[in-house]
Design a protein around this ligand. Structure first.
Ligand SMILES: Nc1ncnc2c1ncn2[C@@H]1O[C@H](COP(=O)(O)OP(=O)(O)O)[C@@H](O)[C@H]1O
Ligand SMILES: [Mg+2]
Length: 353
């Protein structure tokens, strides 16, 4: 078998076509060579970067760390690789890269450096945005707990306290002196206090998880939610269903309900809308839910992933919930015209058998 040897041309091909950016510069920092990915990373073409100095690609903040890396390599000291750097592109934007650097030694002397870099900008942004999201979710959870605790304390405790006091009075020694009619009156009052407490408790529980969803399912729960909006908020909200209703797994129902709840909450809080429509459309192998309002609309961020990082947790949460049930969420909004939140979920395989 003939010996397997790569020619200079083969290595050149590998260098040119590697997906990581690679470049070489001399001791003064003059760029001597770079591959296609280097051109893509920096935004400069071959003709342009030949003759440029490596310092032109470094942000001020990272000039010193680049010098330090080179110094360590020259002195044979340990350098943790790959290390992070920021590069300035031709258009002035910066990219974060993970960089591995080694020295080029000719006749025992360091003559230059070669670098291999992977662009990790998006990865880092995603990481930061995830960390931010988790942070915010925990904060929101705490906030929600406080709200529930306050609700219980402010609305449920007082009628219960009154009830207990009333019962105390009744069971005290003075009881015998109460006339029949006064006794009846007092018991009526206590009963109404008990009902008040029960009603407040129901409200708290309903806000946490509407029983109607567990008892009667998504369609009934969405109907209840739009009816409630009409009753309380003067928004002309209604629910419509298209196609033949199919049974959905409990988890899908819950997450769709939460998405509709958040979308309608946004309509209530931000849209100044006079009308809202929740629509559930059973297609052949797809379920589409839309929540539409005729409110003032808003400007959407350029990229969907930006929601969490700019603190729009309601929108980010809707998207996360859609993802959990294998669905796709799309939001359309036009200033002055209104907003539509749409989610499509595949029905195949998500049907409960
Ligand atoms: N239906 C809507 N109509 C108008 N503006 C909306 C609507 N939904 C969302 N928005 C805008 O998007 C922002 C982000 O929404 P969201 O992530 O739910 O956060 P929050 O409701 O806590 O402000 C809102 O503050 C609001 O400005
Ligand atoms: Mg919201």
């Amino acid at each position: 078998m003939a010996e397997f040897r790569l020619t200079e041309r083969d290595y050149r091909y590998l260098f040119e076509n590697a997906s990581d950016a690679m470049w070489v510069h001399d001791m003064e920092g003059n760029i001597l060579d770079g591959n296609k990915a280097f051109g893509k990373l920096t935004g400069y073409t071959l003709g342009e970067w030949a003759g440029m100095n490596v310092s032109q690609f470094l942000t001020d903040e990272f000039q010193a760390s680049a010098r330090e890396a080179r110094r360590k390599l020259c002195n044979g000291e340990d350098l943790e690789q790959p290390y992070e750097q920021q590069l300035v592109r031709r258009d002035g934007t910066t990219r974060t890269v993970k960089l591995s650097t080694s020295s080029i030694i000719i006749s025992g002397e360091v003559k230059g450096f070669q670098h291999v870099a992977r662009d990790v900008t998006e990865e880092k942004q995603l990481e930061e945005s995830k960390a931010f999201y988790v942070d915010e979710v925990i904060r929101a959870q705490e906030h929600e707990r406080k709200r529930i605790a306050r609700g219980l304390h402010d609305d449920v405790s007082p009628p219960l306290l009154l009830l207990a006091q009333g019962l105390d009075t009744l069971t005290s020694a003075k009881r015998q002196r109460l006339s029949e009619s006064l006794l009846k009156q007092t018991l009526e009052k206590l009963r109404s206090q008990a009902i008040d407490a029960l009603e407040s408790l129901r409200c708290c529980a309903q806000g946490l998880r509407p029983r109607i969803l567990d008892d009667l399912g998504l369609v009934a729960a969405l109907e209840w939610m739009t009816d409630d909006l009409v009753k309380t908020r003067e928004i002309d909200a209604y629910f419509e269903i298209v196609g033949v209703e199919q049974t959905l797994p409990a988890e899908t129902q819950l997450l769709l309900f939460r998405i509709a709840q958040e979308a309608l909450n946004n309509t209530k809080r931000h849209a100044q809308a006079s009308r809202a429509v929740v629509r559930l459309e059973f297609q052949h192998d797809n379920l589409k839910m839309t929540v539409n309002d005729n409110g003032r609309g808003f400007e959407l961020p350029k990229r969907i992933g930006d929601w969490a990082s700019i603190g729009q947790l309601g929108l980010a949460g809707m998207q996360e919930r859609a993802r959990l049930i294998g669905g796709r969420l799309a939001i359309q909004s036009e200033i002055g015209k209104g907003t539509t939140v749409a989610i499509e979920v595949p029905l195949k395989g998500s049907l409960s058998l």
